[in-house]
Design a binder for this molecule. Structure first.
Ligand code: PBG
Length: 327
């Protein structure tokens, strides 16, 4: 009887052996926590389709950010929900708008302990729920929207954002935002670009979290990427980098691991991945029914996202993972 010279099971025998040869490690340093702040509420409001996630008041937001920081999470990405919406989404660049107020408060209370990333889009602020302004015929006007994104970027930077994260998928958005920031003397503020953001069915719970309904049952297929396309993601990333992006992101994460790997292989910049709301909600729902071990699956999922090549992971599991990974 012949045996293989090398028996792979030898290195799997003990936990310490497995740790010694692990190729991928998830650390709390990899995590970015998405947080929601809502104007005009006195108490945090739970989001039913995202168990454990709430719409924060400014005060509860600061408290949660402090907790995350003490757990070692290096960054948060902030989404604001204004009390009033209009066709342009003008609260997005109001210096006293909900996101700007929250950013100022976070900066004041946390100092430089956490990287403050501001999501930069208009859909939370427009009454029609699209990521930009509409033309008379109802499509999203790319170039008119760019001008507004520039205003939002400046307002967020003035309020203390370290990075802005444009998520609207308008062509030229990174360049327009970079120029607006530089003209305002904000060269130090970075851009985390949602570069390859797909028109996914996995964003449903997020839209509950931000109270966004797209007018007329519409969708974002006219501006977000079409799921079958991988090469197109490389074009998106390469344009965003040419326009000045500092970090590029693939979104969603788990259904697009091949895209993460392709971006990692091609570009030598930090790659982020967004483990989105639907990916989180599925794990939570199955876990609540006792069908899977939610914590173990969450770890396996972020491990897979790292193994595919992401350097940082935006995930609603950040608080739980930070607690698990912390000791
Ligand atoms: C748009 C935005 C969306 C998400 C982040 N930014 C939703 C969309 O494009 O409709 C989704 C995040 C998630 O599902 O967790 N501002």
């Amino acid at each position: 009887m012949s045996f293989p010279a090398r028996r792979l099971r030898r290195l799997r025998r003990l936990p310490a052996l497995r740790r010694m040869v692990a190729e991928t490690r998830v650390s709390v340093d990899d995590l970015v926590a998405p947080l929601f702040v809502r104007e005009g509420i006195d108490e945090p409001q739970p989001v039913l389709s995202l168990p454990g996630v709430v719409q924060h008041t400014t005060a509860s937001l600061v408290k949660e950010a402090r907790r995350l920081s003490s757990l070692g999470v290096p960054a948060l990405v902030l989404f604001g929900l204004p009390a009033a919406k209009d066709p342009l989404g003008s609260e997005a660049w109001n210096p006293d708008g909900v996101t700007q107020v929250a950013l100022r408060e976070l900066r004041l209370e946390l100092g430089d302990a956490m990287v403050l990333v501001a999501d930069l889009c208009l859909d939370e602020y427009t009454d029609h729920g699209h990521c930009g302004v509409l033309t008379a015929s109802g499509t999203v006007d790319n170039d008119a929207t760019l001008e507004l994104y520039g205003r939002v970027a400046v307002a967020q930077a003035d309020a203390g954002a370290d990075m802005v994260a444009p998520s609207g998928m308008m062509d030229g958005q990174v360049g327009a935002i970079r120029a607006a920031l530089d003209d305002d003397g904000r060269a130090e503020v970075g851009i985390l670009a949602y570069a390859a953001k797909y028109a996914s069915a996995l964003y449903g719970p997020f839209r509950d979290a931000v109270d966004v309904r797209i007018a007329g049952g519409g969708d974002r297929r006219g501006y977000q990427q079409d799921p079958p396309n991988r090469r197109e993601a490389l074009s998106e990333v390469s344009l965003d980098l040419a326009e000045g992006a500092d970090i590029v992101m693939v979104k969603p994460a788990l259904a697009y691991l091949d895209v993460i790997a392709a971006v990692r292989a091609r570009f030598d910049v930090p790659v982020a991945a967004y483990n989105v709301s639907g990916e989180y909600a599925m794990v939570k729902a199955a876990s609540e029914r006792g069908w899977i071990d939610g914590a173990a699956v969450a770890l396996e999922h972020v491990g897979a996202i790292k193994r595919a090549g992401a350097d940082l992971i935006l995930t609603y599991f950040a608080p739980e993972l930070a607690e698990m990974l912390g000791d």
